[in-house]
Ligand binder design. Structure first.
Ligand SMILES: *Cc1c(COP(=O)(O)O)cnc(C)c1O
Length: 427
């Protein structure tokens, strides 16, 4: 089992040296708890694996996975860069000290005003369409302005259809067969295209799709280099490295993964005479996914036609099971040694039948008041949460060597009114 579960001598779940039950007691539930050291370990393991074989390497954290400010500060302190997909993420990154030069903006269907804002922040723009290119030319001086394009490498992979971002059905990137023309057009407008980007999907445990994406992306870059005369300063293969969510899945052997992909990368660069551009990767899930758990308390045990454990969170807190049918391993955090005795459904508190964290899940005997920990909740957890059903959002706690810090207060009912205005005539 590669799920990185630690148990303390009270038989409680240990999170970064802190006791899950103590955290639930002190901060209430539901609460996301994130382990700082795990993020640092994940970053360094990832960075070292690739830079060992190709020193001119940068990690761009895809911050849509988790934009908690403390999490982003931790990664900033490690020397990480940022992959931002919205002006809000660019704004946040700048505020937290990331220089524009270390922020890559990979927006999709962005407005001209947004392009202008991002350019003013000094972020590097990675364009997704000819439309964006033309509109960018209206709001910046193209002379010497460095840009990059996201291309569709016609390879897609991912844990769910929604997460596959390459291929003929994908809305992302410019087409492989229009790349030469688009880079040429950018140059004609006065821009300096310096990068090429692709991102094929998310939650990928198999190294093969990455290899296909590297081959395909470098083939496109080679063509653009030969036919449009573009010299690449960087090539970016996006994110997507998965983590095990089920006890059966294995951890990606990142060293072998890096070694094989870098070998292929180097040979493809040589084949197309592309020199030695900097290699970028954009892990999101890999850096933060397994660093966090969601603590939630069982408030009702119900024997209906099925047996339900009802908890005090739902898909407004953690959307992945409802949205992607994702498996999250769930443990009984206050009795970690209890053996499984039954199969139950674990249901949230939202008024929707689809609000289930698990169906037919083997679990120990669970009583009302027990504490559950939903594992691997660090990526696409809090960032996808909402106020649906007028539920205030959860709190977030950072653990550093056993010490706990509240990094986000639990919302209150008053927060539900935030920004709403009742017209005078209805007062
Ligand atoms: C979401 C995203 C990523 C990160 O994906 P993970 O599966 O979390 O690694 C990287 N790059 C882009 C452009 C993305 O949209």
């Amino acid at each position: 089992m590669d799920l990185n579960i630690k148990i303390n001598d009270k038989n409680h779940l240990d999170i970064g040296g802190a006791d899950a039950c103590d955290i639930a007691e002190e901060f209430g539930t539901p609460t996301y708890v994130i382990d700082e050291n795990r993020i640092r370990d994940n970053y360094n393991r990832f960075y070292n694996a690739f830079s060992k074989y190709y020193p001119d390497f940068r990690v761009y954290y895809a911050c849509k996975a988790n934009t908690n400010l403390a999490v982003m500060r931790i990664l900033e302190s490690e020397g990480c860069c940022i992959d931002a997909v919205s002006p809000g993420e660019v704004y946040t990154s700048k505020k937290l000290g990331f220089p524009g030069e270390r922020i890559l903006f990979t927006g999709n269907n962005v407005t001209t005003e947004e392009l202008k804002f991002v350019a003013e922040q000094g972020a590097v723009l990675n364009l997704d369409s000819v439309s964006a290119l033309k509109r960018l030319a209206e709001v910046v001086d193209p002379e010497g302005f460095k840009i990059s394009f996201r291309v569709n490498p016609m390879v897609g992979a991912g844990h769910h259809d929604h997460c596959i971002t390459g291929g003929v059905m994908s809305k992302f990137g410019i087409m492989d067969n229009e790349a030469v023309e688009v880079y040429q057009f950018a140059e004609d407008l006065g821009f300096t295209p310096v990068g090429m980007h692709s991102h094929i999907g998310s939650g990928i445990l198999d190294p093969e799709p990455f290899k296909l994406a590297i081959e395909s992306t470098i083939d496109i870059a080679g063509k653009v280099h030969t036919e449009a005369g573009i010299d690449f300063e960087f090539v970016d293969f996006g994110g997507g490295v998965g983590i095990p969510y089920t006890p059966e899945e294995n951890i990606v052997d990142i060293d072998t993964f890096a070694k094989e992909n870098i070998a292929l990368f180097k040979s493809k660069l040589e084949e197309h005479d592309l020199g030695k551009p900097t290699m970028y990767l954009e892990p999101g899930r890999y850096l933060v996914g397994d660093a966090s758990v969601l603590l939630t308390r069982v408030n009702s045990v119900k024997q209906s036609y099925r047996k339900f454990l009802g908890v005090d969170s739902g898909f407004h807190t953690l959307l992945r099971p409802a949205m992607y049918d994702s498996y999250h391993h769930i443990v009984l955090a206050n009795k970690m040694d209890a053996p499984n005795t039954q199969e139950v459904d674990i249901a949230g508190n939202v008024c929707e039948s689809g609000d289930l964290f698990a169906r037919d899940r083997p679990m120990p005997d669970v009583e009302e008041g027990d504490l559950l920990a939903i594992l691997n909740a660090g990526a696409y957890g809090f960032t996808m949460s909402s106020n649906y059903n007028s539920r205030p959002k959860a709190s977030e706690v950072l653990v550093k060597d056993g010490e706990c810090f509240l990094t986000r207060e639990r919302e209150t009912f008053e927060d539900l009114f935030n920004k709403q205005i009742i017209p005078d005539y209805l007062q």
